[in-house]
Design a binder for this molecule. Structure first.
Ligand SMILES: Cc1cc2nc3c(=O)[nH]c(=O)nc-3n(C[C@H](O)[C@H](O)[C@H](O)COP(=O)(O)OP(=O)(O)OC[C@H]3O[C@@H](n4cnc5c(N)ncnc54)[C@H](O)[C@@H]3O)c2cc1C
Length: 516
């Protein structure tokens, strides 16, 4: 196993190239990694939200945080702020909650049951157990200029420009990690007698052979789907949205504040993403074609933008992106592994795309077969794990829709039809009506979404867990109250120290962070 050929140069292709080259010593005479990408077929060009795992990946791959922020138009992301996902406003007139990245603060006592017993109406769950929602609401960044790269006061991820990120990964992979880069269209895939891929044929570089092929060709799934005939498992019956409209919105001026969270606002047949990069906003309306036409969706989307930029909303060009919702029956077949949109995709609600693709690229690098003979056993494990990851992602995304009590369209009503909800999710919810989720409800170390993610979404969405009958388990009320007060005081202190998000980004661009 000495040669790997990656087909596709989107973020998935370049992340895979970096992980494989880093782990397999491409620049030190290890495995030879080549990436071929079309000069004619553009990348998907969206994918601007990430989760904190991206921070570990950048650090692991040896990319400096300062360079990343300078070159990818990147900003910090500390939360997803879900707006209007509930059908009614709270008593204070607002209708939002934060899914923040900080773990609920647990020192001596698990605060969730105490919050459920006493505070749901007076304080949002995220604000009771963490300082980060308030940091976001004040428009502040997650770290101080004196914090070294990749560390901060709060846990954070990034917003980034997808095309610029692919560019940075390209330079890093080719200049520092020894990846060979070819520009050519793959026109044919040649199989050998055993059904393995022998080579791909290209227009400008002839025939390219390898021992392992990584299909990062996007929704086309040129190798795994088209050539090896691995079928697609459609999940549109669970997650209904299948189209996105995307608009890039310029800032009013250079002082416009930049939120340090993604804003996800529910609308009639889906939701709008709103991401503040340094140079512009990236926005999009994700909707289900079954429930509204493309024209109707565009009206809803431009109305959303009009609230912030007035009539300029009608002038900005809009791009429609059809989405395949689901995943391949297998992700590794014969000597071909799919990563990226070629592997599967559900929707961007929790920024799972880059998360899953980064995790699977790293898994491939770690599990890389030393010999052809070792491949079937490794492929089976890989398939099992990746399928498990996708199914758990689907459960978690569906949770957001299933818990919503919006009643303004069939889209939302149908999302509450239990026939559309995976049994694994229903089973958890039945249990969590009687006791709060615990870490024992999550089985795998590789779980994509864990306890804290569920807690923030469940209780942000006002899910009812009836803890009264088991109140006898929670006798540490004094400690809990002390903890709640400590968190409030810490929030006040931290808020007075942190910089406004835009200012922090601009200082980092000018002065840089302390490298580690
Ligand atoms: C609407 C939408 C919003 C999204 N938002 C997010 C988000 O917020 N966060 C997140 O993490 N993810 C998000 N994603 C997912 C994210 O966009 C993808 O994970 C990411 O861009 C990876 O894409 P890719 O590299 O697999 O495919 P692509 O970007 O489509 O790249 C495919 C590559 O294959 C090449 N190729 C294709 N055919 C050939 C051929 N014949 N020969 C040679 N090369 C070929 C192309 O040239 C290109 O380089 C979103 C996706 C969509 C659709």
């Amino acid at each position: 196993m000495k040669r790997v050929l990656i087909v596709g140069g989107g973020t998935a292709g370049w992340l895979s190239a970096c992980h494989l080259a880093r782990r397999l010593g491409a620049s030190d005479g290890g495995v030879e990694i080549t990436l071929v990408e079309s000069k004619d077929i553009p990348t998907i060009g969206v994918g601007e939200g990430t989760v904190p795992a991206m921070r570990q990946s950048l650090q692991y791959l040896g990319i400096s945080e300062t360079d990343f922020i300078r070159e990818c138009d990147a900003t910090f992301k500390q939360s997803i702020k879900f707006v209007d996902w509930s059908g009614s406003k709270a008593s204070n007139g607002t209708n939002y909650y934060h899914h923040v990245f900080d773990y609920p603060e647990i020192s001596r006592v698990n605060l969730t049951p105490y919050w459920l017993l006493g505070r749901p109406d007076s304080c949002a769950y995220a604000d009771a157990v963490s300082i980060q929602g308030r940091v976001c609401d004040h428009g502040l960044g997650p770290k101080l200029m004196t914090d070294a790269e990749f560390s901060g006061i709060t846990n954070y991820a990034y917003h980034l420009d997808a095309a610029k990120f692919a560019g940075l990964l390209t330079r890093h992979a080719t200049e520092k990690l020894g990846v060979r880069h070819l520009l050519a269209n793959v026109t044919d895939v040649v199989l050998n007698e055993q059904g393995d891929i022998h080579s791909v044929t290209t227009d400008d570089h002839g025939e390219l052979c390898a021992d392992l092929f990584v299909d990062c060709s996007g929704f086309r799934s040129l190798l795994l789907g088209d050539s090896l005939g691995v079928g697609f498992v459609d999940k549109k019956d669970v997650l209904f949205v299948d189209n996105a409209l995307a608009i890039q919105v310029p800032y009013e001026n250079e002082q416009t504040p930049i939120p340090s969270h993604t804003i996800a606002t529910a609308r009639g047949c889906g939701w709008v993403w709103d991401i503040g990069l340094h140079e512009r906003r990236g926005t999009g309306y994700v909707y289900a074609e079954k429930y509204c036409s493309h024209d109707e969706a565009e009206v809803v989307f431009r109305d959303y933008l009009r609230e912030s930029i007035g009539d300029k909303a009608d002038e900005l060009p809009c791009r429609r992106i059809p989405m395949q919702v689901g995943y391949r029956e297998k992700f590794w077949e014969k000597n071909c592994v799919a990563i990226g949109l070629a592997q599967g995709f559900v929707e961007p609600l929790e920024a799972t795309g880059l998360l899953v693709f980064d995790a699977t690229a790293r898994m491939l690098a770690e599990l890389f077969p030393p010999s052809h003979e070792a491949m079937p056993a490794i492929a089976e494990r890989f398939n099992h794990r990746v399928r498990y990851a996708w199914d758990r992602v689907i459960d978690f995304i569906k949770l957001h829709y299933y818990l919503s009590d919006r009643n303004d369209s069939d889209f939302w009503r149908d999302n509450r039809d239990v026939a559309s909800v995976p049994e694994s999710l229903l089973e958890n919810l039945r249990l969590w009506r009687e006791q709060p989720p615990s870490e024992y409800d999550f089985f795998s170390r590789q779980e994509i979404f864990g306890l804290e993610n569920y807690l923030y979404v469940l209780y942000g969405m006002k899910f009812q867990t009836d803890v009264q009958p088991i109140q006898y388990r929670y006798m540490d009320e004094d400690s809990a109250q002390r903890e709640f007060r400590r968190i409030e005081q810490r929030a006040e202190r931290v808020i007075s120290q942190l910089l406004p998000h835009r200012e922090l980004i601009e200082r980092i661009k000018t002065f840089g962070l302390q490298r580690i």
